[in-house]
Design a protein around this ligand. Structure first.
Ligand SMILES: NC(=O)c1ccc[n+]([C@@H]2O[C@H](COP(=O)([O-])OP(=O)(O)OC[C@H]3O[C@@H](n4cnc5c(N)ncnc54)[C@H](OP(=O)(O)O)[C@@H]3O)[C@@H](O)[C@H]2O)c1
Length: 184
């Protein structure tokens, strides 16, 4: 058994989650143009999460924001090279080099029920392992031309079941899919 694994991410229409250098200016620009009360469901989603698993690149980007946005939520940073964890967040943030399946098996034994996976390379690793249960993808009305892709090689097709699509006044289009052939 393993915890439920969810993806909740914003992507450009052409499939990128960041520019090649990691920049998110396009995401900030899109959010700045959206109404303040436009609720894409992130707060409700994160409230259900026991553990956030993110890749090193995402962690380093978030650290650069200056303010850690995850409060008391347990965060596991995947990295083979290691990361520096500032004192202020050491109680909630840890680093692991476990493969996705081993990590989920450990988290299951620790009582974790719902994991949020973030970062392109990291999401791709969990998808390739058939370890993602659902994806909520908010597509922003912008073409970046190049950048860090959300999806990559899988080994074999992954079929999804469409759950719902919501169109926001900002032009954001949020679609939720469940993965059909996930492994437990
Ligand atoms: N648009 C959005 O909503 C959104 C959401 C999240 C992130 N982002 C952006 O996307 C960018 C980061 O994405 P990314 O695709 O470059 O990378 P990422 O998934 O954040 O990080 C990749 C790194 O994570 C480590 N890693 C991943 N899987 C691992 C495993 N199974 N075992 C050990 N280490 C593992 C590796 O670090 P080592 O090299 O140390 O081994 C790998 O190089 C950032 O710019 C971030 O801000 C955007």
């Amino acid at each position: 058994m393993r915890p439920k694994v969810s993806v909740f991410i914003a992507v450009s229409l052409d499939g990128f989650i960041a520019r090649n250098d990691g920049a998110l200016d396009w995401l900030d620009q899109a959010n700045a143009g959206a109404a303040a009360d436009e609720d894409t469901g992130y707060a409700a989603f994160i409230a259900m999460i026991d553990v956030l698993v993110m890749g090193r690149h995402t962690y380093e980007k978030v650290l650069g924001f200056g303010q850690w946005p995850y409060g008391r939520l347990r965060v596991i940073v995947l990295s083979t090279t290691g990361v520096t964890i500032p004192e202020a967040i050491r109680q909630t943030v840890e680093c692991s080099k476990e493969d996705p399946r081993s990590l989920l098996e450990r988290l299951d034994k620790e009582g974790c029920r719902h994991v949020y996976v973030d970062g392109g390379i990291t999401i791709q690793a969990f998808l390739a392992g058939r370890l993602v249960d659902d994806l909520t993808i908010t597509t922003l009305p912008v073409l970046l031309g190049s950048g860090k892709p959300l999806f990559g090689d899988l080994g074999r097709d992954i079929w999804l079941a469409h759950q719902h699509t919501k169109v926001f006044d900002s032009g954001f289009v949020q679609t939720r899919y469940c993965v059909r052939d996930t492994q437990h």
